[in-house]
Design a protein around this ligand. Structure first.
Ligand code: HPA
Length: 281
């Protein structure tokens, strides 16, 4: 079975259980940010393990779930948890769930992640609107034969994160009293954190934040003609800046600390974007 057919099969399995919800906005919730989906109205919860072809982490309790529901009445679909290439998944598998959301009919995909702050003005707990990315992972989810039914062989990435969505994020931030930074997200393959020399290199290259996710999904969504908005939660100063070792615990703790700010932002942004529609580019 080809990728296109797999995507269609998974979409069929979701529609069969979605209770008639037909979301126009999808969101991928990154490390520590998954709690947002627990607060959705009219929730339908679909564990990844129950969805055909859907990649899921083998760690018990971290398998992930797809949550369909409403925010202020507007239907959305949220991914609680994602897989990463460093777990051993192919880049195409990592991007598969994003493709499924796109094929479900969303016009806008919101991507979120935990990231290290490379920009010296950033502090742990800052939220950053992603203006663009640097794919320094060494891989791409589109590697291999292209299926024109999914998208073009050479997709344009000039407006990978359309400015109109960046502006709407900032407006939501203003309305909700959430200060937002902005900048370029760089992906490295991981799973080791970066060295201080790598962080200096990233700063020279124009990166403001660094992480190990998101870019595969953004490429797949752009391939399929779906608009992307991105928010990074700066969970820690990148290696060598703060003078202390990096730990996953610090990342998780900071993500937990900003949970309420993050939720406030999304409760305004998601319904605004759902109502504005795809025409508003
Ligand atoms: N580097 C890479 N990935 C990350 C970091 C970091 O400092 N923080 C959270 N995810």
């Amino acid at each position: 079975m080809g990728l296109y057919e797999q995507v269609q099969e998974t979409v069929g399995a979701i529609r069969a259980r979605a209770g008639g919800l037909s979301p126009k906005v999808g969101i991928i919730l990154g490390s520590g940010l998954g709690g947002f989906a627990d607060g959705l109205e009219d929730k339908v919860v679909l564990p990844y393990v129950d969805l055909p072809h859907f990649p899921h982490s083998s760690v018990p309790g971290h398998a992930g779930r797809l949550v369909l529901g409403r925010v202020r009445g507007e239907p959305i679909v949220a991914m609680q948890g994602r897989v990463h290439a460093y777990e051993g998944y192919t880049p195409a598998q990592v991007a598969f769930p994003a493709r499924v959301l796109c094929a479900l009919g969303i016009h806008t995909l919101v991507v979120t992640n935990a990231a290290g702050g490379v920009n010296l003005d950033f502090r742990p707990g800052d939220l950053m609107v992603i203006t663009d990315h640097l794919n320094l992972s060494g891989y791409n989810p589109l590697t291999g034969p292209n299926d024109d039914r999914l998208g073009p062989r050479f997709p344009d990435m000039t407006t990978a994160y359309p400015v109109v969505l960046q502006s709407q994020l900032r407006e939501s931030g203003r309305r909700m009293g959430v200060e937002l930074k902005q900048g370029v997200y760089a992906i490295l393959a991981g799973p080791a954190y970066e060295t201080p020399a790598e962080i200096r290199m990233l700063r020279h290259l124009g990166a403001d934040a660094v992480g190990m996710s998101t870019v595969p999904e953004v490429i797949a969504a752009n391939h399929m003609g779906v608009r992307v908005a991105g928010v990074s939660c700066i969970t820690n100063l990148a290696a060598g800046i703060g003078g202390k070792p990096l730990t996953h615990e610090e990342v998780a703790e900071t993500a937990h600390r900003v949970k309420d700010l993050f939720t406030r932002l999304l409760e305004d942004f998601l319904p605004t974007v759902a109502r504005a529609g795809a025409s508003n580019t």
